[in-house]
Design a protein around this ligand. Structure first.
Ligand code: FPP
Length: 249
């Protein structure tokens, strides 16, 4: 049986794939362990998917690692997640570099602990001249936060006469989002059998294809990611047009 990777159409690889990594807690529970055990095992899935995305030529991979709402989890879980992030970033920098991966973040990075910020900065600087996959980690991110933040920036610039309110349009608005200069994701994947968007990239997924899988994040590997890409490739993206219009274009 030919591998899923070989069945992919190389000319139709999405430029940007976004992933809601969900199910770490339930995975840990299934194994009779504390929730943190699930997060720890989720790092292996991150490694595999980053590798897989690079292999097939995805240009941007955005991972939802910590949401604004996640701050409300029990303190011990939040602390453990922060520690895990620091460790994972430190441990993975070398192999990310070997794989030509660049790193950036979206979200309210200033709200993260200093140790996370410093680690991230080091890693981002080390990987700065790489030209392969752009790995985007969403940290202390929520779409409503991002949109309100964009509005604040626009109002400020309008008051300072840097922009004219009548010239505000989609393109200008996008420049104020934390994803400015990143193309919208063609595909959004969510693991763990939950059918929600959970405040993730609400503006950017206006026309994204959505893919849900029952697999819990710590069980997710690049082969599962390739399955999602294959499914995406079998869909017709109409952007509000009719099939006939697409064929005649
Ligand atoms: C959701 O599962 C997962 C998270 C909130 C954290 C994801 C973080 C990692 C995988 C750590 C490493 C990340 C990077 C980028 C190095 P959940 O806890 O909501 O699971 P549940 O729905 O089963 O409770």
């Amino acid at each position: 049986m030919e591998s899923v990777k070989n069945r992919l159409d190389k000319n139709n690889i999405p430029k940007h794939v976004a992933v809601i990594m969900d199910g770490n807690g339930r995975w840990a529970e299934k194994h009779g362990k504390a929730r943190v055990f699930g997060h720890e095992n989720g790092v292996e899935s991150v490694r595999s998917v980053v590798e897989g995305a690079g292999e097939i030529g995805v240009k941007y991979l955005t991972l939802y690692a910590f949401s604004t709402e996640n701050w409300d989890r029990p303190k011990n879980e939040v602390d453990a997640l922060m520690e895990l992030l620091v460790k994972a970033i430190e441990m993975e920098t070398e192999s990310l570099n070997k794989n030509n991966v660049r790193l950036s973040t979206i979200g309210d990075i200033n709200s993260m602990p200093t140790s996370v910020k410093e680690n991230l900065e080091n890693c981002i600087n080390t990987l700065n001249s790489n030209t392969g996959l752009n790995l985007v980690i969403a940290l202390s991110y929520s779409s409503k936060w991002e949109i309100v933040n964009a509005v604040k920036g626009i109002v400020k610039d309008a008051i300072e006469n840097k922009i004219k309110p009548e010239l505000i349009n989609n393109e200008l608005f996008e420049n104020y989002l934390s994803t400015a200069k990143i193309p919208d994701p063609e595909l959004l994947i969510r693991t763990s059998g939950e059918y929600r968007i959970s405040n993730f990239l609400l503006w950017q997924i206006a026309y994204s294809e959505l893919y849900f899988t029952e697999k819990l994040w710590p069980d997710y590997r690049k082969e599962d990611f390739f399955e999602a890409i294959l499914d995406y490739q079998n869909r017709e993206r109409r952007f509000g047009k009719t099939s006939e219009q697409l064929i005649s274009q």
